[in-house]
Design a protein around this ligand. Structure first.
Ligand SMILES: Cc1cc2nc3c(=O)[nH]c(=O)nc-3n(C[C@H](O)[C@H](O)[C@H](O)COP(=O)(O)O)c2cc1C
Length: 390
C-alpha cells in the first residue's frame, strides 16, 4: 500500500509534486493521478444503450485530466434497472458503444472504468427530475414494458413501493451468473477497472443490511450469512475479471437500517482476501434516498472518516467520496493517509476541468502541460496576457 508523504518531501526542482498528481499503480494498471470521476447516472439510455449524451458527458472528464473516469451504475440485467434510462450491459449488443467510449477515455490518458449494479428492490423508479418515486405500473414507462422487482426478502423499500419477490436460490444463481457475463462484456469493451456497486440500498447492499434481509436460509440472519451474496458475486466476478485489472467495491459504510462501520471493516477484510483492490466508501440509501439527492447539505468530506477507518483497520486501499470540492482538501485527504484515491461527483458536473485547475492551484502544472494540447497551448498563452485571475 502506498504510504502518505508530505508535499515538501515530494518537491523537486521548484515544482511541487502534489500527491494528488502522483500516479498510482494497482495491479497492471497505472492511474495518471489520484482523481477519480465518481459514478453518476445520467438516466439517458435507451434500452440500456450508451448514447451520444453519455459519450460527451464522460469524454469531457477525461479531457479535463481525471485519472480515471467511471461510467454510471451499469445494469447487469434488465430486472436490475432503477429507471428506464439506466445504462446496461446485459446483452452483447451493448458492448460496441461502450468500447468506443473506453477507447476514447484511454486515448485521453484516463483509465476507463465501469461500475456494475443491480437495483434489486429499488427497481422501477421515475427519474430524479420526475420525482424519483415508484413507477405507475398500470401504464408503460416511456413506451417500454415494466420489469420485475426482486430482492433478498419481501420487504419494500419505502411505503407505497412494490413488494419485491423474495429471490429463490435459483434466482440467486441466475443473478450471479449475469454479474459474471456483465464483467466479461466490460472486459471485452476495454474497461480497465471494474467496480461492484454494493452500496446505496441496491441489491448487494439489500443482502448485507438487516433492514432489507429477513431471510431464514444461509443468505440471511448472521453477518456472515448476510455477506454471503456479496462475497459470492465478488468471487465469481474476480474469477473472470483479468488478474492484471483492478477490482473496486463500493460500500455504504453505514446505513439507516443497522449496518455499521464495524460490519464494513469485516466485509472489507473479506473482500480484500477475494482480490478486491480498493474499497470505495460511500454511505446510506437502504431506507432513505441518499444524501446526494436530498437538500440537506452535509459537511465537506462527510464520508472521508469511513475511508480512513477502513484503510486503517482492514489494511486495504480506499477511495474517499462525498463533497470533496477543493484541491487542498483533496490533497490533505491523501497526505493524511485517509484514502488512496479521491472520487468527485457533482463538483465535476460544475467544472469538468477541475483536475486541470487543481493542478495549477497545487503548483503541479503551471503551464497547462497536462491538458490536451488543443487546449493547453492556448491557455498557457492566455494565462500570460495578464487579464486572467490566477
Ligand atoms: C447525478 C448523480 C448520479 C449518481 N449516480 C450514481 C451511480 O450511478 N452510482 C453510484 O454509486 N453513485 C452515484 N451517485 C453518487 C456519486 O457517485 C457520489 O458518491 C455522490 O454524488 C457524492 O459525491 P459528490 O459530493 O462529489 O457529488 C450519483 C450522484 C449524482 C450527483
Amino acid at each position: 500500500m502506498s504510504l502518505p508523504i508530505t508535499m515538501a518531501q515530494a518537491s523537486t526542482a521548484g515544482q511541487t509534486q502534489a500527491m494528488l498528481f502522483q500516479p498510482l499503480e494497482i495491479r497492471g494498471v497505472q492511474l495518471r493521478n489520484r482523481i477519480v470521476v465518481s459514478p453518476m447516472a445520467q438516466y439517458s439510455s435507451i434500452d440500456g444503450f450508451l448514447t451520444d449524451w453519455h459519450f460527451a458527458h464522460f469524454a469531457k472528464f477525461a479531457m479535463g485530466g481525471a485519472g480515471s473516469v467511471f461510467t454510471e451504475a451499469t445494469k447487469i440485467e434488465r430486472r436490475g434497472l432503477g429507471t428506464v434510462g439506466d445504462m446496461g450491459i446485459w446483452k452483447d449488443e451493448h458492448i460496441a458503444p461502450l468500447q468506443r467510449l473506453a477507447k476514447f477515455l484511454k486515448e485521453q490518458g484516463a483509465t476507463p472504468s465501469i461500475q456494475l449494479n443491480h437495483a434489486g428492490r429499488k427497481a422501477g423508479t421515475y427519474k430524479p427530475w420526475d420525482g424519483f418515486g415508484a413507477l405507475d405500473r398500470s401504464v408503460p414507462v416511456e413506451g417500454q414494458e415494466h420489469w420485475e422487482v426482486i430482492g433478498p426478502s419481501a420487504v419494500e423499500y419505502l411505503e407505497g413501493w412494490p413488494l419485491p419477490r423474495e429471490m429463490s436460490k435459483q434466482d440467486i444463481d441466475e443473478v450471479q451468473s449475469n454479474w459474471v457475463k456483465a464483467a466479461m462484456r466490460a472486459d471485452q469493451a476495454g474497461f480497465e477497472i471494474l467496480e461492484i456497486h454494493g452500496a446505496h440500498g441496491y441489491l448487494i447492499h439489500e443482502f448485507l443490511s438487516p433492514a432489507s434481509n429477513k431471510r431464514a436460509d444461509r443468505y440471511g440472519g448472521s453477518l456472515g450469512n448476510r455477506m454471503r451474496f456479496a462475497l459470492e458475486v465478488t468471487e465469481a466476478v474476480r474469477r473472470v475479471w483479468p488478474q492484471h485489472k483492478p477490482l473496486f467495491f463500493r460500500v455504504s459504510a453505514v446505513d439507516e437500517g443497522g449496518w455499521t462501520i464495524d460490519d464494513t471493516v469485516i466485509l472489507a477484510r473479506e473482500l480484500k482476501s477475494l482480490g478486491v483492490d480498493v474499497i470505495d466508501c460511500s454511505a446510506s440509501g437502504i431506507s432513505i434516498r441518499s444524501p446526494t439527492a436530498s437538500r440537506i447539505a452535509p459537511k465537506l468530506g462527510f464520508q472521508v472518516p469511513y475511508a480512513e477507518r477502513v484503510r486503517k483497520d482492514a489494511a486495504v486501499m480506499t477511495m474517499a467520496v462525498g463533497l470533496i470540492v477543493h484541491p487542498r482538501q483533496a490533497e490533505e485527504i491523501l497526505v493524511k493517509g485517509q484514502a488512496d484515491l479521491v472520487a468527485i461527483g457533482r463538483e465535476l458536473l460544475y467544472n469538468p476541468f477541475w483536475p486541470a485547475h487543481a493542478a495549477r492551484a497545487l503548483g503541479h502544472d503551471k503551464q497547462y502541460g497536462d491538458m490536451p494540447v488543443q487546449y493547453g497551448w492556448w491557455l498557457d498563452r492566455r494565462s500570460k496576457t495578464g487579464y486572467t485571475e490566477e
